[in-house]
Design a protein around this ligand. Structure first.
Ligand code: DP6
Length: 327
């Protein structure tokens, strides 16, 4: 096999401070609103792409096991675009592994498709600007576009494939924040985000949430650039509740919270308002709670989270770098 057609890349998952929920174009994953996130150092997906003349279709192997169905179809979507953009005519074998538990409420698809986009482009001999790599990752999973650049990343909604892309607004060293992830359930989500994005438009609150998104993005971007934790806490929690209000009022309604999720929200507010601890929470399409704080408070926060009934384990991650080719 020719080594020139093989490449390995690593990427981190990310936690959204301003959420992506709903698409204006589902096929191309053009989101209804822009979003903003922080990559998570320490949590890593490693993916190897090998284009081979002997394959009759693309192949996906996750943690050593062959996978088909929807997951493979999404991978092929990205590989098709790479083949269209390059001279590559062969199918590929894709091998991917996470160093963090899949389905533990840490979105693995963001890291997976960011690593896939970077590895596939390199394996096909394409040298793409970062902006185009984020577009490629976006086709597999919207939030994956934000795992391609490093640090604090904004995904511009755009209106078409060309202008829906992500870019870094600040490098990882800009702000020593921590995301303390309180895992209350390691099970797979009841309704995956791809289906959720389609349900968003059935909520009467979605147009309001989308129309107000530029204001929230401005506040969040400014809070990050100024390293203003109090301002960040306020906008991150508000944005999280706006997304969950849409989820909870979709038809059928989506209620991702469990009793420990609610207990954690109350605890975080109590620690901030009564104990003066700099903390803020945000929740994705699942029951786990991401608690943000300055890195110097992370150990105290981790210990307090572990004591909340229902919390199974706590992962702590700082700001992570970009997706990159390794080896
Ligand atoms: C709640 O990027 O996972 O985590 O594009 O269908 O893969 P697909 O959806 P995905 O949606 C992320 C939803 C979210 C919010 C966010 O990360 O912005």
């Amino acid at each position: 096999m020719n080594h020139a057609y093989t490449a390995t890349a690593e990427a981190h998952p990310n936690i959204a401070f301003i959420k992506y929920w709903g698409n204006r174009d589902h096929a191309e994953r053009i989101p209804s609103n822009g979003s903003l996130s922080m990559n998570l150092r320490g949590l890593v997906t490693r993916t190897t792409v090998a284009f081979r003349p002997d394959l009759g279709s693309d192949r996906l192997i996750l943690h050593g096991r062959p996978v088909g169905g929807q997951a493979l179809a999404r991978v092929s979507r990205v590989l098709e675009r790479v083949r269209a953009w390059s001279a590559m005519g062969w199918y590929a074998e894709v091998r991917s592994e996470n160093n963090f538990p899949t389905g533990a409420g840490v979105a693995s698809s963001a890291a997976a498709f960011a690593a896939l986009a970077v590895a596939a482009a390199a394996a096909a001999g394409l040298t793409l600007p970062e902006r185009d790599l984020t577009r490629l990752a976006r086709l597999g999973s919207g939030s994956a576009s934000r795992s391609v650049p490093g640090g604090f990343v904004e995904w511009h909604a755009g209106a078409s494939d060309e202008n829906s892309y992500a870019e870094s607004i600040a490098p990882p060293e800009h702000w020593a924040l921590a995301d303390c992830i309180a895992i209350v359930s390691a099970g797979h989500k009841a309704v995956g985000s791809s289906r959720g994005h389609r349900l968003a438009e059935t909520s009467p609150y979605q147009p309001v949430r989308v129309a107000d998104a530029p204001r929230r993005l401005n506040l969040c971007r400014e809070a990050i650039l100024q390293r203003d934790f109090a301002a960040l806490a306020e906008i991150v929690e508000a944005d999280c509740h706006m997304m969950h209000a849409v989820m909870q009022t979709s038809r059928p309604p989506l209620l991702y919270w469990g009793p420990p999720t609610v207990a954690l929200m109350h605890a975080v507010r109590r620690w901030r308002e009564q104990e003066g601890l700099p903390v803020a929470y945000t929740i994705d399409a699942g029951p786990n709670v991401h608690v943000l704080c300055p890195q110097e408070a992370a150990e105290v926060v981790r210990r307090k989270l572990a004591e909340v009934p229902g919390v199974q384990r706590v992962l702590v991650a700082g700001p992570g770098g970009p997706a990159r080719v390794v080896e």
